[in-house]
Design a protein around this ligand. Structure first.
Ligand code: AOF
Ligand code: ZN
Length: 359
């Protein structure tokens, strides 16, 4: 691996520290290097707060400040060009007289879109782009999808037995082990919203929280057309922001909102996604059950699939959905007695879908 790639990889590691806190912004890391020594590091820590480049420059100790005009700045994403919640990072780079900048990915945000790269080059900065670009795409797949498709990034998750069942009909069936359960709570903490169908809400009485890992609780989303969720169920406990599409309920709710639901699943799914988009919820984790998962799969509303497969066999029950053929296996590992498999639509497939839509 080249030296540039090694520092970009460090940027990715830093960027990941922002997971769960920056959406719908990208995760971004930045590193300043002078003659083989890291003199500054930073990452985008929170939505609306300082960008990675700013935190990186701020982290340089006074003794090293004079070295900044002789250093290389590594950024996992093209520095921003626009006045957003913070001033443009590209201007900071020019003010600091940084002579060389290495970037993994261009920022597809139309307010940036390569303009910072041009501005820096015009000002005489040496700019290298595309270093570990594929890894950068994967890291920020939710952000790129959000911008390209103008809808939340949709992660379907299910746990199945080794013989392909989600559980027994009508009863909560534990499938995954404790380690996978913790991982699931981390996945939740990295999402903006968690979505389950009515049957799951009724049979599992899920909390949909992140109690095993701490951290923020995403918005909970479910359907309840007939108002069947019992009043004492966790989803109606008003402890976490919750959206219920279906029957309105009287009660002292402050974090729970009720919305009328479209009759037909084909229009209900886009309705939910549009409401999530409008509220800036860019990453949604769909935890089942079978009906919602197959609805989304059929309608093509998915970007990633995470399957937890246990060693157990059930012999009978609710069949797990099939992973579509276009899904590529991207990660696979054992966790306790479970196997975790992460599949994704490749970025090029997403782009293809987009152009198909416009034809
Ligand atoms: C950077 N460095 O660390 C991040 C960038 O609303 P704002 O001001 O936070 O701007 C958000 C946009 O800035 C976001 O959509 C993306 O295009 C870019 N994010 N840019 O230079 C960073 N997080
Ligand atoms: Zn910026």
């Amino acid at each position: 691996m080249t030296t540039d790639a090694q520092y970009i990889r460090r940027c990715f590691d830093l960027a990941l520290l922002g997971a769960g806190h920056v959406s719908p912004n990208p995760m971004v890391g930045a590193v300043l290097v002078h003659k083989g020594r890291i003199i500054g590091e930073g990452w985008h820590q929170r939505y609306g707060a300082a960008h990675a480049e700013v935190n990186c420059v701020r982290s340089v100790v006074p003794d090293d400040r004079p070295l900044i005009p002789y250093s290389t700045l590594y950024c996992s994403l093209e520095p921003c060009f626009h006045f957003g919640k913070t001033p443009p990072c590209v201007d900071l780079i020019l003010e600091q007289k940084i002579p060389r900048v290495v970037v993994a990915n261009e920022d597809p945000n139309p307010q940036v879109a390569g303009q910072s790269i041009v501005k820096m080059r015009t000002a005489g900065v040496e700019v290298v782009t595309g270093v570990l670009a594929n890894e950068g795409q994967w890291l920020n797949r939710a952000f790129f999808t959000w911008l390209e498709l103008q809808r939340p990034y949709i992660i379907l998750k299910w746990a199945q037995t080794r013989d392909g069942f989600l559980g027994r009909r009508g009863e909560r069936t534990p499938i995954s082990g404790p380690a996978a359960q913790r991982l699931l709570h981390r996945w939740r903490s990295e999402a903006d919203a968690i979505w389950v169908g009515t049957t799951t809400a009724l049979t599992d009485n899920p909390r949909l929280d992140t109690r095993l890992v701490g951290g923020k609780n995403p918005l909970r989303v479910t359907f309840d057309r007939a108002g069947k969720i019992p009043a004492g169920f966790h989803l109606l406990d008003d402890s976490i922001a919750t959206w219920i599409f279906g029957k309105y309920r009287e009660g002292h709710f402050s974090k729970t909102s009720f919305f009328p639901a479209e009759d037909d699943a084909a229009t209900l799914v886009p309705q939910v996604l549009e409401k999530l988009r409008a509220a800036n919820h860019a990453i949604v984790l769909v935890e089942g059950g079978a009906q919602v998962l197959s609805q989304l799969l059929e309608q093509g509303y998915w970007d990633e699939i995470r399957v937890i497969e246990s060693e157990r066999a059930l012999g009978d029950g609710i069949a797990a959905p099939k992973v579509p053929e276009v899904a590529q296996l991207r990660e696979q590992f054992a966790l306790g007695s479970d196997m975790i498999r992460v599949y994704a639509r490749s970025y090029t497939l997403i782009r293809k879908d987009l152009s198909d839509d416009h034809d």
